[in-house]
Ligand binder design. Structure first.
Ligand SMILES: Nc1ncnc2c1ncn2[C@@H]1O[C@H](COP(=O)(O)OP(=O)(O)OP(=O)(O)O)[C@@H](O)[C@H]1O
Ligand SMILES: N[C@@H](CCO)C(=O)O
Length: 323
């Protein structure tokens, strides 16, 4: 359960005094997620999610995320809307953390996606990229090359080697490779950057909404696509499912065709998308704060995905047809 910060009734009442949401009817910590503290909040006015921003989110970036959600809703993409306080602000402070209330989205996250879900995901991802093309601001990706290195450098070698022998050294070699090979100048814009299965809701076999925009940033569109490829197209035994990959990519291309340079860059981007989650997972695995209710995610999964992509020669491995 991702609850890093306990919120007492008195804290909650003081925070809600700035809102027009009526009496609290229910308030409980949410069992999913690893980044922030999330609570389901039901009041006389409706159902909401209360989020306290923890470790990785910079308070200065929050207006970007919250404005982005409003922009996406204006463009017809279903995602949560930040709820305004009486003074018009959408951000406050609770238990010493930046905190916000967003609308609750109906829908179910699919734990074991099938190819048709991957196709729908591809379509909605491309729509997201088109919808953000006129979003007026950007945010550098602080979890790209320099950011991966920074997280990696903060990982204690002894502890890492005790938990996962040899893994840290392999990661170091891959980071050196990425520094040399990372593709530049690909078509870019605002990307979601964390569109895992728990962040995409489905209803009646259609995508009903997207959540969790707190890694959104400016980066290559194709990088967002391979983050999804990693998160959606491997089986629980880590076998790569090319049918799902083909469905994902063709769903994406039905809305936004990839350029040749993007297709050629996919294997390297997929390696980067693997090391990105590998470094944060290994870091988090070794540093669960005392008292936090969280189940850290296993880094080994992304080490296996990285090894797969290191053996990929070109995008045909992902089910793309090109000459
Ligand atoms: N607007 C929403 N409507 C309905 N449920 C939500 C909403 N926002 C969050 N949730 C629920 O809370 C859970 C955790 O939210 P979220 O994914 O934003 O947390 P996180 O800590 O950032 O997690 P992650 O590990 O995916 O980064 C989601 O999996 C979902 O069940
Ligand atoms: N989606 C991330 C956690 C949130 O950043 C992961 O699975 O490692």
């Amino acid at each position: 359960m991702a609850v890093y910060t306990d919120v007492s009734d008195a804290d909650l009442d003081a925070f809600l005094a700035d809102y027009d949401l009526g009496e609290v009817l229910a308030f409980k910590g949410i069992a999913e997620g690893v980044e922030n503290s999330n609570f389901l909040l039901r009041t006389e006015a409706g159902s909401y999610i209360l989020t306290l921003f923890e470790k990785r989110v910079n308070a200065g970036d929050l207006p970007f995320f919250l404005d982005l959600m409003k922009h996406l809703v204006d463009r017809g993409l279903n995602c949560p809307l930040p709820i305004m306080r009486r003074d018009g602000a959408v951000l406050g402070e609770l238990c010493g953390r930046p905190a916000t209330i967003i609308s609750f989205l109906d829908g179910v996250a699919i734990r074991r996606p099938r190819a048709e879900h991957c196709r729908k995901l591809g379509e909605v991802l491309a729509k997201f990229h088109l919808a953000t093309a006129d979003f007026p601001t950007g945010r550098p990706n602080d979890l790209s090359l320099a950011g991966w290195r920074q997280v990696y450098d903060g990982i204690a070698p002894k502890e890492a080697d005790a938990a996962f022998p040899g893994l840290r050294a392999r990661m170091g070699r891959e980071l050196d490779q990425m520094d040399k090979l990372w593709p530049q100048n690909l078509p870019s814009g605002v990307i979601h950057a964390d569109l895992f299965t728990d962040n995409v809701f489905f209803l009646h076999n259609d995508v009903s909404g997207l959540i969790d925009f707190y890694f959104a940033c400016t980066d290559a569109y194709a990088y967002d696509l391979v983050i999804c490829l990693n998160a959606w197209c491997f089986e629980p035994d880590m076998a790569f499912n090319v049918t799902k990959a083909r469905a994902l990519v063709s769903g994406y291309q039905s809305v936004r065709p990839l350029e040749r340079q993007e297709i050629e860059a996919l294997p390297l981007l997929a390696r980067g998308a693997s090391i990105r989650f590998l470094v944060t997972r290994l870091n988090d695995w070794l540093s669960v704060p005392e008292g936090a209710l969280v189940v850290p995610k296993n880094p080994q999964e992304y080490a296996t995905k990285l090894a797969f992509h290191q053996g990929v020669y070109d995008a045909r491995f992902y089910g793309l047809d090109f000459d």
